[in-house]
Design a protein around this ligand. Structure first.
Ligand code: FAD
Length: 426
């Protein structure tokens, strides 16, 4: 009888989870685990919590939901806090597991951990939470297009999105494992530890992800107007708000793609329905950029030929972070982020550009703050977009600067967004 471990990371779902599917196929019994590594609980080199309150809450909710879904299939989820290597070693010895399965990650620290684990146990990494399997790309990763458009044109003309992988109704858990010691969640997140502002309504988990798809697609038909609304700043339906779910893998990009196809058949197909897929390609592109650039993704000069000047001025940075600059638009965005853990794509572009191009501050501080506070933090998307905005990454127009007056006139002509946040939080 073969018992194997399944190690959930940023793939907190059971549907369309290729690695989990393979694990179940290959095993008589599966032990599903999730580990919060000690190192993730601390602060980073700039003093920010590595996982801020919004993501903690979101992860905890996602784990509860996943645990419930696994239980419905006769299984369970065992959650630990500690040293990942030690926990995996201990569990595999204790339950005589031969192999550990997981979905691969594209970024350096995560890959280094995979390498270390494979030295102690047979590790099978399958898939990368992408729309297209990386093995199917019609180019090698070192030949990835320098700019997004080149990449998009190739994948659109040469690749098809495969159908989703579904799962057997039952996942066998060895009887003895029902007694496994799992984490008391209070160490990681308990609602009493934090007082939440009312603005944060994003609830973690696959069930909420599917509800959001239903609301954004079929109930409100917002998908039909997405291309026109996606740059708006305020409201529930200007964009999909699927990013936290995609980042933690509560839903896969492939599932979203097939929901778009279904909507196009049932409701309508137009530029907006295509545009959501277009945006998923940005996510895809940054994952490949991360894979290609490795540690450069986190270095100050990225892969720029002409290195921009960045100064170090923590006081000025704190004004930006806390929304205390002389610019009402920047302040409103930063207050929204601090209170909700979310900011629109337009907002992220504007505040990032302002930090690096106007204030000339080191972009890595801004990226680290986003890493801590964003509910949808995703390593590749965050650092890919920050290097892009800082002019040290894949932006073909490296000198682009947002004019705040024009942006305000265009996206907040009636002062609704600026007025709301600057009044709400002085
Ligand atoms: P929608 O407009 O509905 O787009 C649908 C999906 O497409 C998103 O959920 C996301 O998965 C993907 N997507 C859209 N735009 C981008 C983009 N520019 N890059 C990568 N993927 C994209 N996104 C994250 O998921 N995590 C991050 O940590 C993150 N950090 C960012 C930092 C900066 C400086 C900037 C400029 C952008 C960042 N983004 C990040 C990308 C983008 O802002 C968010 O994905 C988007 O605002 C999320 O809202 P949504 O789900 O409603 O997006």
């Amino acid at each position: 009888m073969k018992t194997n471990l399944y190690w959930f990371r940023n793939d907190l779902r059971i549907e369309d989870n290729h690695a989990l599917y393979q694990c179940i196929q290959d095993s008589d019994f599966v032990v599903p685990i999730y580990i919060i590594d000690n190192s993730e609980l601390g602060v980073d080199r700039w003093g920010f919590s590595k996982i801020g309150i919004f993501r903690r809450k979101f992860i905890a909710e996602s784990l509860w939901d996943l645990k419930r879904q696994l239980k419905e299939r006769g299984s369970d989820l065992f959650i630990f806090i500690g040293n990942t290597m030690e926990i995996i070693q201990e569990l595999s010895n204790k339950y005589n597991c031969t192999t550990i399965y997981t979905t691969s990650e594209v970024t350096t620290e995560e890959q280094e951990l995979e390498k270390k684990i494979s030295e102690i146990i047979n590790l099978l990494c399958i898939g990368h939470n992408t729309l297209y399997p990386i093995e199917d790309l019609p180019f090698s990763i070192d030949k990835l297009a320098k700019h997004f458009t080149g990449f998009r044109e190739i994948v659109e003309s040469k690749l098809y999105v495969q159908s989703c992988v579904s799962l057997p109704k039952k996942i066998n858990l060895p009887e003895t494992l029902h007694t496994i010691e799992s984490l008391d969640f209070g160490h990681f997140y308990s609602s009493e530890q934090f007082t939440y502002p009312d603005y944060n309504q994003i609830v973690g988990g696959t069930s909420s992800a599917l509800k959001r798809v239903n609301d954004f697609f079929w109930n409100s038909k917002s998908l039909s107007t997405y291309k026109e609304t996606r740059n708006e700043l305020k409201g529930d339906f200007y964009s999909s708000k699927l990013s936290p779910y995609l980042a933690r893998g509560c839903i896969s990009a492939r599932q979203v793609y097939w929901f778009i196809q279904q909507y196009e058949e049932e409701v309508e197909r137009n530029e907006s329905t295509y545009w959501l897929y277009f945006e998923l390609l940005w996510r895809e592109y940054f994952k490949l950029v991360a894979l290609q650039k490795g540690a450069k993704l986190f270095s100050r000069d990225g892969w720029a030929k002409h290195k921009p000047y960045f100064k170090e001025d923590r006081e000025e940075f704190e004004k930006w972070r806390l929304g205390k600059t002389n610019e009402p638009l920047i302040n409103a965005f930063q207050k929204e982020l601090m209170q909700s853990g979310f900011m629109s794509n337009r907002g992220r572009q504007i505040v990032a550009s302002y930090l690096v191009k106007n204030l000339q501050l080191d972009w890595r501080l801004g990226a680290a703050w986003f890493e801590s506070i964003l509910v949808d933090y995703d390593v590749a998307s965050n650092y890919g977009n920050w290097t892009y905005q800082a002019g040290v990454g894949n932006d073909p127009q490296k000198d682009r600067v947002f004019n705040l007056k024009i942006q305000t006139e265009k996206y907040d002509p009636n002062n609704q967004f600026i007025g709301f946040w600057n009044k709400e939080i002085p």
